[in-house]
Design a protein around this ligand. Structure first.
Ligand code: 9Z3
Length: 349
């Protein structure tokens, strides 16, 4: 694909690729299913020596939470995530309004311990975390830019091919639709002051066109290219025997179902999970060749917590449910059917 000829291979990929191959081999030999979970936002740098970049809202909650449920369902998980976004298990105690130190206290002997009220909840998370470590079932691979994301996705998909239908892609990362191609990226910080920005000339980035981000008088003009349709390549070429699940994010409720159906038709993969920015934590629409279904948490089971310290007890008398606890078993069911009965796309012609 032309994209990979024209945009640089990230230096981190060699090491990540090698680590992933060892991880995949281990689980292939143990007959375990492997899920690649992508998570968090991708950045679009405006300069090679990056001072400024475009980003999106995603904190990686969907990905980190889902990864935990995949692990619980017996999958090994490659967690391809935006650096410093939420991580499985650690997410319960990071990026929250409460500092992790708030969970700790001094024992009578002066040692540091977890506060009595958090022992149970933290013990639970710790046991699962330790188990994933001991079994080596969770591999954390970070990316930052959309370019790093695409290179990693392609490379990991190809490394996962020997797993055949035992591999699954769960594409929850919020991937930018637009980017600055390498040949239209300036090397140095864009100068905002008119006295200095005239030094930037059209074509400076090396290509025939002006840099994608440049000053025109006092204005910063940003002219982005579309990110190539990588899902088509993933489905058709990089991971033709895998189960592939993509997410569709919208803000306008009237468009969600149509956009999810459109994506399924266009890419012919297994499942599109539609979600709205405002309600994504408690309702999602599953669209597959087998039909459509809303998963919706009852009002009294939705987390209303503003502080993590209250997690798990703020749905009134009822325990809070994370919608990923419902999404992942649905996927596991579809995946089992695919493994046992064959790919429905091929079976149904
Ligand atoms: C999603 O829709 C995820 O569910 C969210 C999760 C990003 C909304 P949070 O991190 O949010 O839990 O706050 N992912 C977006 C998927 C996306 O970008 N899809 C692209 C597309 O549909 C590529 S597959 O074109």
């Amino acid at each position: 694909m032309e994209y990979f000829d024209n945009n640089p291979r990230p230096p981190s990929l060699d090491v990540h690729s090698e680590t992933a191959r060892t991880f995949i081999e281990q689980h292939a030999s143990q007959g375990r299913r492997v899920a690649l979970v992508t998570s968090g936002g991708t950045t679009v740098p405006l300069e090679n020596q990056t001072v400024r970049f475009i980003d999106n809202f995603s904190a990686g909650t969907r990905g980190a939470t889902s990864a935990e449920y995949f692990l619980e369902s017996g999958y090994a998980v490659i967690f391809l995530h935006r650096q410093f976004s939420l991580l499985p298990y650690a997410r319960h105690y990071s990026h929250s309004t409460n500092c992790f130190l708030d969970y700790m206290t001094f024992s009578s002997s002066g040692g540091v311990v977890i506060g009595d009220e958090y022992q149970h909840q933290m013990g639970d998370v710790l046991a699962k975390y330790k188990n994933a470590k001991q079994e080596n079932t969770l591999l954390l691979l970070p990316f930052t830019t959309v370019n790093e994301y695409l290179w990693h996705l392609r490379d990991l998909a190809m490394s996962m091919q020997p797993l055949g239908p035992n591999s699954l892609f769960y594409l929850a990362a919020a991937v930018s639709d637009f980017f600055v191609p390498a040949d239209r990226m300036v090397e140095h910080k864009i100068q905002s002051s008119e006295e200095f920005n005239s030094l930037h000339k059209p074509g400076e980035a090396g290509g025939a066109e002006p840099p994608a981000a440049h000053m025109e008088g006092k204005k910063l003009v940003i002219d982005l290219d579309p990110v190539p349709k990588f899902l088509k390549l993933l489905v058709d070429r990089w991971a033709p025997r895998s189960m592939i699940i993509s997410f569709k994010l919208e803000t306008d409720p009237s468009m969600l179902a149509d956009k999810a159906r459109y994506a399924l038709k266009k890419y012919s993969h297994h499942l599109v999970i539609g979600n709205l920015l405002a309600t994504r934590k408690y309702e999602v629409l599953l669209v597959s060749a087998g039909g459509e279904k809303w998963l919706r948490l009852p009002e009294n089971r939705r987390s209303r917590s503003v502080t993590k310290l209250q997690d798990g007890v703020d749905g009134g008398d009822h325990e809070v449910i994370e919608i990923e606890a419902w999404i992942v078993p649905e996927i596991e069911k579809l995946h089992t059917q695919m493994i046992e009965k064959g790919d429905p796309r091929i079976r149904d012609g």
